[in-house]
Design a binder for this molecule. Structure first.
Ligand SMILES: C[S@@+](CC[C@H](N)C(=O)[O-])C[C@H]1O[C@@H](n2cnc3c(N)ncnc32)[C@H](O)[C@@H]1O
Length: 402
């Protein structure tokens, strides 16, 4: 009898270990007893567990309101239909950024006591990331948006929390204005381009890197034709530790289809942009090429894994120094976090005595089965070429001369 191999189920982490709710998920019964406005939304299933109807927008919005009040001392509200954030999920993104900032992947330039400064692209009426980042970690924020209703309610949500309001600026993004930034000098550019070649083996997420290495970048077919995103919203000379973004994921509101199992609202202005998330994030990447080290980390949420791969290829083609990814498991849905930087990495995988050698060798991990060593060599060649290096491939002797 053929032996059936049992597949080992890999437990995917669903919540960041520093997330307030990682050990203490929200207790609906307790919240209902403390907040009468939440009580009508709580019912008890046969096993006696308190539940809410996740398909009821009023229930999810009231849950968010009481969680922000109870656990974060935040006063918060949004008008009917505006995108309602889930507090534990949104906190995961904040903690991932905290991980990036605490890591030594790129060198820190800050001195003790400096307040971390973030830029939330499309903060929405809910203004959730600035509110959480400021209250949990004392970070300061610029929260940008284009929609009047978002700007009005984000501002209300800031003003209604005087203990952190000094940390948050809500900034309107205009359609037309763009600030012209000076290109970095040729020398700087070539330094950062070289950085990816020499150091990325160690700092890029290996699985993502291996798959992206083999994809040509097809991002050009989805271009963004909307208002400014970073260029034109960031002022001359401004510096940020990071930017973050929960982009309009979809190309049409039908595609948004709004998960029938939950009701988080979301208007077309919040959920949809021509070209969807791929076009939107591609524009952030292009803006980052102009703004370079004005931000230490650029980050965005990504809704589709296929887009993640395309975006990683795009990042490689523009010569970033570091790419990091993570997976956010949110109930039944998965989202990904994508981060990149133009700051040369601190951890050099190739030490100076190795770099002096004419012949370098390295091991590639996470390579998918369908790719051979020749594919690797060809990808290495095209990689150096797109970074501006002159490069000769010799398949007979199996080397790339850079
Ligand atoms: C999916 S919502 C995210 C709202 C909130 N950050 C959250 O996580 O719930 C996307 C937001 O981006 C805004 N937006 C769209 N284009 C923008 C642009 N060019 N610059 C800034 N915000 C933009 C929309 O108005 C909307 O509020």
């Amino acid at each position: 009898m053929p032996s059936k191999k049992k597949r080992k189920r890999v437990e995917r982490p669903s919540i960041h270990p520093r997330n307030k709710y990682s050990d203490n998920p929200p207790d609906f019964a307790q919240l209902a007893s403390q907040y009468p406005s939440f009580e009508p939304f709580v019912f008890y299933s046969r096993d006696g567990r308190p539940r809410i109807d996740w398909t009821d927008y009023n229930a999810t919005r009231e849950l968010t309101r009481v969680l922000l009040l109870h656990d974060h001392a935040l006063n918060w509200w949004i008008p009917d239909g505006q995108l309602c954030p889930t507090v534990p999920n949104r906190s995961n993104y904040i903690h991932w950024i905290e991980d990036l900032l605490m890591s030594d992947i790129i060198p820190s330039t800050r001195t003790n006591g400096d307040i971390i400064k973030g830029f939330d692209i499309g903060t929405g009426a809910n203004c959730i990331y600035p509110l959480l980042g400021a209250s949990l970690l004392g970070w300061s924020f610029v929260g940008s948006d284009v929609a009047d209703v978002a700007l009005e309610w984000a501002e209300k949500n800031v003003v209604n929390n005087p203990h952190i309001s000094g940390l948050i600026e809500i900034r309107k993004v205009d359609g037309g204005e763009t600030t012209v930034y000076q290109e970095e000098s040729q020398t700087d550019q070539s330094v950062s381009k070289h950085c990816i070649n020499l150091s990325e083996v160690g700092v890029v997420d290996r699985e993502a890197a291996a798959s992206a290495l083999f994809e040509s970048y097809p991002g050009a077919n989805k271009s963004y034709h909307g208002p400014s995103i970073l260029l034109g919203a960031v002022k001359d000379g401004e510096k940020f530790d990071f930017c973050m973004c929960n982009p309009p994921f979809f190309e049409t509101i039908e595609e948004a289809g709004l998960n029938p199992k939950t009701s988080c609202g979301g208007t077309p202005a919040e959920m949809v942009c021509p070209g969807g998330e791929q076009a939107f994030i591609s524009r952030i990447i292009e803006d980052s090429v102009q703004l370079k080290q004005s931000f230490r980390w650029y980050t965005s949420m990504v809704g589709r894994k296929s887009n993640l791969k395309t975006l990683i290829s795009h990042l490689r083609s523009v010569g970033v120094s570091v790419v990091k990814t993570t997976e956010f498991v949110q109930g039944q849905t998965c989202r990904w976090g994508l981060a990149w930087s133009f700051v040369p990495p601190a951890r050099k995988i190739i030490s100076s005595h190795v770099a002096e050698k004419r012949v370098l060798s390295f091991t590639l991990e996470g390579l998918q089965r369908q790719y051979s060593a020749v594919n690797v060599l060809q990808a290495v060649e095209s990689f150096f070429c797109t970074s501006g290096a002159s490069c000769k491939l010799n398949l007979d002797s199996f080397y790339v001369d850079v």
